[in-house]
Design a protein around this ligand. Sequence first.
Ligand code: GDP
Ligand code: IMO
Ligand code: MG
Length: 421
Amino acid sequence: MFTIITGAQFGDEGKGKIVDMMASHYDIIARFQGGDNAGHTVVAEGKIYKLHLIPSGVLFDARLLIGPGTVMNPGILMEELAMLSENGVGVPPSKLGIDAKTSIIMPYHIALDRLRESKRTVKIGTTSRGIGYAYIDKVGRDEIQMADIADKNRFLKRLDEIAPQKEAAIKELGGDPMIARSEIDDYINIGVKLRPYITDVSREINLALKQGKKVLAEGAQGTHLDIIHGTQKFVTSSSTVAGSACASLGVGPTKVSNVIGVIKAYITRVGEGPLPTEQKNDTGEHLRDKGGEFGTTTGRPRRCGWFDVPLALKSTNLNGYTSMALTKLDVLTGLDTLKLCLGYELEGKRLDYPPEHSDEIARCKPVYVELPGWHEDISDTESFSALPENARLYVEMLEKLIGVGIEYVSIGPGRKQTFMK
Ligand code: GDP
Ligand code: IMO
Ligand code: MG
């Protein structure tokens, strides 16, 4: 069985919580794209784990894999392993495998990301983690891979080849060219420590599937941050949609069993870019306060708005979802009236699907339907039928409009706060 989970909006949908919830049923959990721009939260036994690189199934027995389509900052990985160890969660090489081809984020990627962003007149609002520049090097065939840092001579030779152009690029953007060759010893030391973790992720997964084992691919970011299909230029630099899991993990599409979309009961976005239903008012404040909508990685306040059906419809197309996990329904509690964006008005025309260009999306005026809210606390609800009537109506309306079954409903960050619909 091969399951893919992706975020159906702009990230932070609650993928970490949903992966943790499902992890005990899987033998392997694999990250397939992105890097430590991701921040996936798992709340378990009174502790909050903020994971950036380690798959969110870490608290269970499953084998964890970091695939070759990811970009990995080894220092951040070491910090994460230390944090887990301090919490009594050991992650030895028998538990975690990192593909030999995983792209390594170097100090110059981070420097270039920051310098470029500071020069942009229209900002993207990146996480400053060097993600974009690491992917540029992958496509440009100038990447340094996991297997390179684990082999000192190969790493230094590769760096000699690459560093001069990085020095020039940093200088051109007004930065310090010395960064290009900084932290080399740290990378070499970490490379030695990570050597035992190196594996061939595609081979492991295909073997597991042949043995009838269960594999879960954990997406990072969200569908509308996809490098090809998202709201460019306000996107991340990897393919965040479900198909990317196959290409990036080296698993054929014929092996996919199901694709689950994680989607919030409203919408958020961190960083710049269009968000037609954004609420810069009391409603937005309610969602941010009650939903704790501050970036897991950067701490930035997330922009909040009403649920956007056209964007959800596009997500179902891009991912081929077989079911959805609806999160943060509890955050809507206490609002007298809820609004659902059914479509947009753009230059006198009514649209029920997002236009292709970001400028056009930014000019779209949402067309809403209003629904009655509820005031009862739902955070302890154990079944769909126990929800207040208006909450049931809201979920049923979403399901009908998206056209994909809502399999799970999440009503709080904790493990017990999910039920099947
Ligand atoms: P991810 O990036 O998709 O894994 O999501 P994040 O972890 O960045 O952000 C989701 C936040 O919402 C985290 O703080 C979660 O603990 C929290 N969360 C997840 N599901 C729910 C829910 O149903 N209700 C509430 N109130 N919080 C939730
Ligand atoms: P998870 O996995 C929300 C956003 C950034 C910025 C844009 C590009 O936790 O859902 P980047 O650093 O990737 O070049 O930034 O993408 N972004 C995210 N937004 N959740 C994330 O990850 C994100 N990862 C990147 O805010 O707008
Ligand atoms: Mg997040």
